[in-house]
Design a protein around this ligand. Structure first.
Ligand SMILES: Cc1ncc(COP(=O)(O)O)c(C=O)c1O
Length: 397
């Protein structure tokens, strides 16, 4: 394990400052609870982003470049090209006030009420919400817990895809932390071609990979470019969710127009400050992101080693990306109410497994938790100590 602890600002978090009244993460639960639920990092914003925002404030806050900020588009396009999204048309990038509105817009534009929409479960819960709130059905395909990690169940994917028109893909995958391999992407592409599906690929976590390999976007293969909408944004990598901005990208400008148009004026526009923030992140955020990734990787390795040593009955796979760990605590006698148990007995707040399945199908993930480890090593250790002590009082069989 590398030592990134000396004078690292991520190591010296001020909890009372984090718990300001505008912070959802730090105020939802009582003061003695360590919040490891919603996907915010506890780290301060990158200094170049802070500087750019301060400068932007001095300029006033009138309308910004609402037709698509050119400097942002060009910086983002260069980054996307490195992920395989080369040769995008001029109108192949459009900005949104967040990534989630893009998920809803894709479901709304590309499917009809009553239709099944395919996705792999467990998955980031707004996938399920977008499908069900818009009157579609979730054709959920559970990932398989194999020895070496979570795997796609190909036969079930093929069956679920019959009669569907849209696949919602999460790449990298929240909550399992899988980064789909080139081979898995190839098979997924073959599948969507064979079953004639559109694809919405949410690649918001792409910058948070620990694999060291270059990231391959789903639409990196020309075979699927005309049927794919890619979503991305800065908020996970740069911890800027409060500013709200995302991008929707496609080689097929007509498809992009159709999805964007489906939301029409309901969508709203990205804010001036969010444009400034993302530009600064792309231009100058690299070193901060690298340091953050190194810190997160150490936290991930610390967490894995801790679980193996102190809670060896907890089943998990080391995430390849994201600061989220998907842990299987079903062997514990309190698995049936694990979230309430950890909140009450350990004073640690996590996301409960059933949240990641469509409503009514959550039982299959009861006993799983999603734990956000993007905090200081000290708080992570404290949370794990509390959890281990509480869980040990009721040792699993
Ligand atoms: C896969 C995924 N998509 C979208 C979002 C949220 O994006 P936004 O806040 O830009 O709507 C998250 C937040 O955790 C996420 O994990």
């Amino acid at each position: 394990m590398t030592d990134t602890t000396s004078r690292n600002p991520r190591d010296t978090l001020d909890v009372s400052a984090l718990r300001h009244p505008d912070s959802l993460k730090w105020t939802l639960y009582a003061e003695d609870v360590i919040p490891m639920w919603v996907a915010d990092m506890d780290y301060p914003v990158a200094p170049p982003i802070m500087a750019a925002l301060r400068e932007r404030l001095e300029q006033g806050l009138g309308y910004a470049q609402l037709r698509g900020d050119r400097r942002l588009t060009s910086a983002l396009s260069a980054k996307l090209a490195a992920q395989g999204l080369t040769d995008l048309p001029d109108d192949g990038v459009t900005f949104l006030p967040g990534v989630v509105p893009g998920i809803y817009a894709a479901v709304h534009a590309l499917t009809s009420p009553g239709e099944p929409v395919v996705t792999m479960t467990p998955v980031y819960h707004p996938f399920h919400l977008a499908i069900t709130q818009l009157g579609r059905r979730v054709a959920g395909v559970p990932l398989r817990d194999a020895e070496q990690g979570y795997e796609i169940n190909w036969a079930a994917m093929d069956a679920a895809s019959r009669g569907s028109r849209l696949l919602l893909l999460c790449h990298p995958h929240n909550p399992t932390g899988r980064v789909w391999t080139a081979e898995e992407l190839r098979r997924l592409r073959d599948l969507v071609l064979a079953r004639d599906l559109f694809v919405m690929s949410d690649e918001l976590h792409a910058d948070l990979r620990f694999t060291g390999e270059p990231f391959e976007a789903f639409a990196a293969d020309p075979r699927v470019q005309s049927r794919t909408i890619t979503l991305t944004g800065p908020c996970k990598a740069f911890n800027t969710a409060g500013l709200g901005i995302g991008a929707m990208i496609s080689h097929n400008a007509a498809l992009l127009g159709r999805v964007r148009g489906a939301a029409g004026g309901l969508m709203g526009h990205e804010s001036a400050l969010s444009i400034t923030m993302w530009r600064a992140a792309l231009a100058e955020g690299g070193p901060w992101l690298e340091e953050t990734l190194a810190y997160l990787q150490d936290n991930r390795d610390f967490l894995s080693a801790y679980l193996r040593e102190h809670l060896p009955w907890v089943r998990f796979h080391v995430p390849e990306a994201t600061y989220l760990a998907w842990l299987d605590l079903r062997a514990h006698p309190r698995a049936g109410d694990i979230q309430a148990f950890l909140l009450e007995e350990a004073r640690v707040a996590i996301h409960d497994g059933p949240l990641f399945a469509p409503e009514g199908f959550g039982a299959q993930y009861q006993g799983f938790i999603r734990l956000n480890f993007a905090t200081s090593r000290e708080l992570l250790r404290e949370a794990l100590d509390r959890m281990a002590a509480a869980l040990r009082r009721d040792q699993p069989a």
